[in-house]
Design a protein around this ligand. Structure first.
Ligand code: SF4
Length: 578
């Protein structure tokens, strides 16, 4: 990966692509790359949908190699949802293929002068930018089926649905999986709206004629990869729980802990959650001829995903993840797996963030637009978004806008982005991450649930404020570094608990790059990424007041533990004080 592909969508005479050397961006990948480019090149006060914003796709440092788990891609931009810097992360096939094509980043810049729709084909000969207005307002599934007919099934797609074309702040970017389905999404922050503002409907990636990226030290790399995989397989979360039941294995666990936000964050227990648990989901998938275990890209050995078929045994959607099942399930008091799977399918087809949409529908239910528990009404609300009706346009811009329009006080957002599936009062470390992450409320930015509830990486009492700031700080640093490698974040369970697996990861990076990085260097990398991101946000006008939860989390007691969020503002301000 020795070059950057820059595509100027606003160039005189029509969009133009240029290959550029890495220059100051040499040696970094994934989130380190996206955040470095955005922080340096995007004016922090620019409009997120204007010509000055950029959309950066960066494979991880190890993407395109045979390193296990290395197929994640980072998408960077100024977020139309939060107004701050964003890195949104996805699986699927494109990351490995872009890595093999030699691109450390693909950057969409500028803005076309009219509403022309473009598709971009990237292969070993470079990039071809083609006008194709026949793609207008296609859902991701129809779009990918059309591309498959034109280009065959060996390519991968990066695309937006109608929500992205309508520039909704909850719009995602879809990445095709191993079966060339648009099921993996960079969901958070409105990446799809930024892609829509650039006039790009789909990027077709074709790596025909390329080969695997080769390591600097093949022997060291091979040995480290073997040890790394062994470590993942022996850890109970990455070796057993996630492969068997997917991320939805958490439903029973988080509900039991009283931390499962139910009916728009009004209670920590959902009475009928067993109907939508990972165990029930896996049983349903297997009985209908789907798959309870499946990888989202080649080289994944944890395989936390699956295939969800409808009652007739036909493919409906990929296995909805825990956060999706929660957002459209317990958060809206819906305990019907088929309805949740349909909502997931519609989100993927329209190109929407499942977390943002579930939280938004929860707020809409609180506003009285539908009754809690009414699955049909939830599906109809989502269809309004896909159609772009005036109501749909409000909902498609997320929970914060919806709460404002309908006068709802209980809106679970930070920096304008919805909280995921863990109540910050019952998992206080997660509350610290929600409040302080430069990304807005984001569970992956520093997954304190691991240590607060699962006993991974130690134990810190979930209900007490003590130790949460340090926990969140360390996790945010580690996460920023992992997000730069192309590794799936779920490796964190094994590397937090097993020092030899952490060492195997470092050896893997060193074996591939020929560097001599230590654990301290990884920490320094994580800190430098966060510093970059926080600096961008400060220049965009963010202050410590933006690093706070909505005040009802400090006022309302949360059942069943009757707890409030207790970490003080002064403590929150210490998270990045290193
Ligand atoms: S563990 Fe799950 S999310 Fe991670 S790469 Fe594998 S299938 Fe994708």
């Amino acid at each position: 990966m020795d070059k950057i592909l820059r595509i100027d969508m606003g160039a005189k005479g029509g969009p133009k692509a240029h290959e550029k050397p890495l220059g100051e961006y040499a040696g970094i990948g994934g989130r380190a790359m996206t955040s470095a480019i955005i922080a340096k090149e995007v004016p922090p006060m620019c409009h997120p949908l204007g010509e000055d914003n950029k959309l950066v796709f960066a494979p991880g440092l190890l993407s395109g190699s045979v390193a296990a788990m290395s197929g994640r891609i980072s998408v960077g931009f100024k977020s139309p949802l939060t107004g701050g810097i964003k890195e949104s992360n996805a699986g699927g096939q494109p990351s490995q293929m872009i890595g093999r094509l030699g691109y450390a980043a693909i950057v969409l810049e500028g803005k076309p002068k009219d509403d022309t729709i473009y598709k971009i084909i990237i292969n070993k000969d470079g990039a071809d930018i083609v006008t194709d207005n026949s793609l207008n307002m296609l859902g991701n599934y129809d779009l990918v089926a059309k591309i498959k007919k034109e280009c065959g099934d060996k390519v991968a797609c990066i695309s937006i649905g109608p929500a992205g074309e309508m520039k909704m702040a909850a719009a995602s970017v879809a990445f095709t999986d191993m079966e060339m389905r648009p099921t993996r999404h960079a969901g958070r922050g409105g990446a799809g709206a930024v892609m829509g503002s650039k006039g790009v409907k789909v990027i077709i990636v074709d790596d025909t004629g390329t080969s695997m990226r080769t390591p600097a030290d093949p022997e060291k790399f091979k040995k480290a990869n073997k040890n790394f995989v062994q470590g993942l397989k022996k850890h109970p979360v990455t070796g057993e729980g996630l492969p068997a039941y997917g991320t939805n294995v958490l439903t029973n666990v988080v509900n039991e802990a009283g931390a499962y936000p139910t009916r728009n964050f009004t209670s920590g227990r959902f009475e009928t959650c067993s109907r939508i648990s990972g165990e029930t989901q896996a049983e349903t998938e297997t009985a209908r001829g789907g798959l309870a275990t499946h990888g989202c890209h080649k080289g994944c050995v944890i395989r936390c995903s699956g295939v969800y078929n409808d009652k007739d045994g036909n493919f409906l959607t990929k296995q909805p993840e825990y956060e999706t099942v929660w957002a459209h399930g317990g958060n809206c008091e819906i305990d019907d797996l088929d309805a949740i799977a349909m909502l997931d399918r519609l989100d993927d087809d329209f190109g929407l963030d499942t977390i943002e949409m579930g939280a938004t529908i929860g707020v809409a239910m609180e506003a009285g637009l539908a009754k809690f528990g009414d699955a049909e009404a939830a599906i109809n609300l989502l269809k309004e978004v896909g159609k772009g009706t005036p109501l749909g346009r409000i909902l498609g811009n997320g929970a914060a806008i919806t709460g404002k329009v309908f006068g709802v006080e209980r809106v679970p957002v930070v920096k304008g982005q919805s909280m995921p599936a863990y109540d910050p009062r019952a998992v206080q470390g997660q509350g610290v991450t929600y409040a302080t992450s430069p990304m807005g409320a984001d569970h992956t930015a520093g997954y304190a649930v691991a240590t607060n509830l699962l006993g991974v990486g130690g134990n810190v009492d979930a209900l007490k404020p003590e130790g949460q700031v340090e926990l969140s700080r360390n996790l945010q640093i580690a996460t920023a570094a992992i997000d730069s490698t192309g590794m799936c974040l779920f490796i964190a369970f094994a590397i937090l608990d097993q020092p030899e697996t952490f060492q195997a990861l470092i050896d893997l990076i060193n074996g591939f790059t020929g560097q001599k990085l230590t654990a301290d260097d990884i920490t320094a990398l994580g800190k430098s990424i966060l510093n970059n991101e926080r600096d961008f946000n400060a220049r965009a006008g963010f202050t410590s007041k933006d690093d706070r939860l909505p005040d009802y989390f400090r006022k309302e007691k949360f059942a069943p533990h009757d707890v409030r969020f207790e970490v003080t503002d002064e403590e929150l301000d210490q998270v990045f004080n290193w």
